[in-house]
Structures are given as C-alpha cells and as structure tokens.
Ligand binder design. Structure first.
Ligand SMILES: [Zn+2]
Length: 381
C-alpha cells in the first residue's frame, strides 16, 4: 500500500492541530484569533512561531520550520521521516490494527469535531447577545460627541447635518479584549457604537470606536501594559453584514467603504444622487474567500462556496466599492474585485466598480465579471 492510499494520512490530517501540539509537548503557545503563537519548538525564537488553526499552516519567522499539516509538523519537530511521523501520530499501519480500534478512533475524531463546532456556535451566540445588549444600552444618549469625533476626522456638522441612526454613543463603555485566556478591560470611555446588520436585517454585531474624552475628541489612545491597542473593535458576528448608514427609498446604487469615516465622507459628497451608503466593516467581509491560483498571492477570483461574505441585497443594480487611499494597493484591489465578482455572480446584471477614496465616481469605470476582459470595457455600459 502506498502512503497516498494509507487511510492514516486522512486520519492524521483530521486531528485537531491543538491536540498534536499538546502531544508534541510544544508549550506556551497562546491562542490569538485563529492562531496559536509563541516560542518556536526548534529555534526557541520568542513569538516567532505560529500555527493557523483553520488552514493548519505553520511557520517560524526565524528558522526554517514551515509546513501545512499535522504530519509535516511532527516530521520537523521530531526530526522524523514521513513513515515514522505517520506512525507517531496514528500508530501502526491499518493492516496491523484491529478494525474495532479504527472504528473507535473515527468515532473519537468525529466527537471531537462536533464538540469544537458546538463551542464555536456557543461563542458566536454569546457574542451576538453582547452586541444586542451594547446597542440597547447606547439608545437615547445625546450624540454631540459623535459629531465632534467626526469633525476631527474631516466630516463637519454642515457636511452631515443629520447623523445616521446606525450610529449611537455610549459615554462610558469598557474596552474588553481577550488577552491570552482572560478577558481584560484595557480602557473605559466614550464610544461610538455602530449597528452591524446581518443580511436578514437583524442586528448581529456592533462596531465600536472609542473616542478621546478630551477635546477635540479624536480617536482615543488606548495603551495597555505598554502596548498600543486599536481604538476600534467589533463585537458579535459581522458575517455578511454591513453598517447601513443611509438607505433612501427607491435606491438602486449601493456605495460601500471599509470604514465608517470613508463611507460618511462619500455620503457627504453625494456623488450619485439617491444612492445608499453602507459600511462593509472590514475587507475580509467585503472580499470573502478567494480561489487560490498558481503563481498568484491574491487571485481576485471569489470562492463562490463561501457563504459568509457580503452579498448586496436584490434591489442593488449598481455596486460601488471605495478603495481606501492608505491601503496596500495590489492585495486590497484583488480583495475588492473578489467581492464585486461574487456580487455579480449572485446578482445577474449587476454593474460593479471600484473608486478611490477622495476621487470622484467615474461611472464608466465598471468592473467586468472576468479579470481577462478588464481591458475591453463593458458592452452594457
Ligand atoms: Zn524557529
């Protein structure tokens, strides 16, 4: 039997990476986001080693250790060949194992997978409940501080006479972040709360921007144990959602930026009369998963099976993404294109385009659904 058809390969690749790390005795890795990060098991490089728990890719930024699955990790940490690493992970080749033992192992692996899924679901539901509580608590507070914050960001009260109802204020809101295993309150103060609505319209997340308590009320500086922290945090599930700043009746054009300030600036300029203005919350939500193509880091082609990314509502006939001036151009462009192509695949006939923040909207600069047609213009234009 070749290794390619050895069922132990699938078994090994189905093992939770955290369990393999534990068995290898790699200590002191800390879970942050979807990664385990900490000292490298080979060179000891502090905070140089990381394992992505979704893709299983691992890498040290100091030494050569790098790979993409459980077997590769064992081979490198234990300095073993492939057959020995496989044996270390899964025991003897199947021919030598009692079939009942194989069944028991499969059942254990399935149970572990189900348990992890349940944990994730529970965490997600709790985060959504937190978001709803924060949003309700922010109800009814005077919003002057939001206007002052926005003025600091270049959006004056006369540019935006009416604040969107998707923005609220909490005067004394704790900045809570999971650091290591603990939830820490790193800061308290005034905070702009923005409602992130799921495609269903339900509030499932809040976007929080802490504002300096001192005039002129710019972005708060948050320092926790000598480390600067971002002044913005999302709580809840932003999956496919958006901050709906302005949705006039009868709109068929949706203009979307990554951030609240960029999108409000566009709204104040009002380049397309009657358009709606929504915030995509982050580039990942706007782009969704991309297909991996050989030789390309970012293909710009959406993985259409990703159902967690933003898709515009059916009333949108024209979708415009705003590209921030300060963002890294090639990768940002590819992500925005991926999102627009996904939208076009889901909404036949949709026109889509990218504009740069601060530039006027050129309605002729429309993205085509296939990248190779990009230079030929849009026949329907
Ligand atoms: Zn290393």
């Amino acid at each position: 039997m070749s290794f390619a058809e050895d069922p132990r390969v699938q078994e090994a690749k189905g093992m939770p990476m955290s369990e393999v790390v534990h068995r290898l005795g790699i200590g002191r890795l800390v879970k942050t986001g979807g990664e385990l990060v900490g000292p490298c098991p080979l060179c000891g490089g502090k905070d140089r080693f990381g394992i992505n728990l979704h893709s299983n890719l691992f890498q040290c930024r100091k030494c050569d250790i790098a790979g993409g699955d459980q077997i590769a990790l064992v081979m490198q940490v234990q300095n073993m060949g492939f057959p020995d690493a496989l044996k270390w992970l899964c025991g003897d080749a199947p021919a030598n194992i009692d079939p009942e033992e194989i069944k028991r192992r499969r059942a254990r692996a399935a149970a572990e997978e189900a348990r992890q899924r349940e944990d994730q679901d529970r965490y997600r539901r709790r985060a959504i409940e937190d978001a709803k509580t924060i949003w309700k608590r922010a109800d009814g507070t005077p919003e002057n501080l939001i206007s002052e914050y926005l003025a600091c960001r270049g959006i004056s009260a006369d540019m935006l006479p009416v604040l969107p109802r998707a923005l609220r204020l909490l005067k004394d809101h704790p900045y809570v972040k999971k650091i290591g295993r603990e939830l820490e309150t790193c800061h308290r103060g005034p905070c702009m709360i923005a409602a992130v609505q799921a495609p269903s319209g339900m509030l499932e997340a809040v976007h929080q921007t802490w504002i300096s308590a001192d005039p002129p009320h710019g972005k708060a500086t948050i320092i926790y144990k000598d480390t600067g922290m971002p002044a913005k945090l999302v709580r809840g599930s932003k999956k496919g959602g958006a901050i709906r700043l302005h949705t006039p009746r009868g709109a068929d054009t949706l203009i979307m930026g990554e951030g609240i300030e960029t999108t409000l600036t566009a709204l104040a300029a009002d380049p397309v009369p009657g358009a709606a203005y929504w915030v995509g919350v982050d580039l990942g939500n706007m782009a969704g998963k991309m297909q991996k193509l050989p030789g390309k880091r970012y293909s710009g082609i959406p993985d259409i099976n990703d159902d967690a990314a933003f898709i515009p509502p059916a009333w949108v006939r024209h979708l415009i993404f705003i590209q921030d001036g300060d963002s890294e151009t090639a990768s940002t462009r590819a992500k925005l294109e991926s999102g627009l192509r996904r939208a076009m695949a889901h909404r036949p006939g949709l026109r889509a385009q990218i504009v740069h923040a601060g530039e006027g909207v050129d309605l002729n600069d429309v993205l085509n659904s296939k990248p190779e047609e990009e230079d030929h213009g849009n026949p329907h234009d």
